[in-house]
Design a protein around this ligand. Sequence first.
Ligand code: SAM
Length: 244
Amino acid sequence: ESGLYIVATPIGNLADMSQRAIEMLRAADLVAVEDSRVTGKLLHHLGLKKRMRPYHDHSSEADRDSLLAAARNGVVVLVSDAGTPLISDPGYKLVRAAREAGITVSTAPGPSAAIAALSISGLPTDRFLFAGFLPSKTKARADVLAEFTHVKSTLLFYESGPRLGASLQSMAEILGPRDAVVARELTKKFEEVVSGTLPQLADHYAEVEPKGEIVVVVGPPTEAAHEVGDYEGALKIALESMPP
Ligand code: SAM
């Protein structure tokens, strides 16, 4: 059936490519890609030769219209370099436009680093907030983190090695001593999962800059942490109101 198909690809381990994802790529008349070198390698590995076209959310309206025209008459598959398209990756504007145009939008779901990290973190999974990449500038990062201080959910962040230390430092300062997990290189040879409180992890990664791709999972504010906060606040008020 003609339409736009959102197809997830592995986040590091090619064996995670699903049978349906392969079938959709095989059926594709056109593959919209983030980077044709990355997707070219995947298609080559699968023994497929496909017409590819670069797509980003800052692609022009005309580029989007042309993809939608192709999706009206044939099978257009959208992939990103890794994992699920649209999750900190291009595609949102294309999917929105396709839906508005009444074009079939369907998916071969599969890996996403955020969900993979959450599922092995040991932190609460009943409510979580995916926060994507934090801004790189200290002030902007602190402002975003401040928005999350009262959110009673596990928080998921995408990170890179060079920024991890500074981000954990900001998280420790603003979110307090919550439990957290740094999940690195999931499904790859050097997969590593390190857990601790945010201040412990901030100290650890101030010393070593890790390589590779990273998800930071931060637990919700605990009742205990809440009480400590209230207690400290109450103590401060009590001390301030004490006669000299
Ligand atoms: N769309 C992708 C998904 O569904 O996971 C995410 C794309 S985003 C541009 C790339 C970020 O995802 C990396 O910087 C890292 O934070 C995270 N990531 C991707 N692969 C990963 C892996 N194997 N292990 C840990 N984090 C990963």
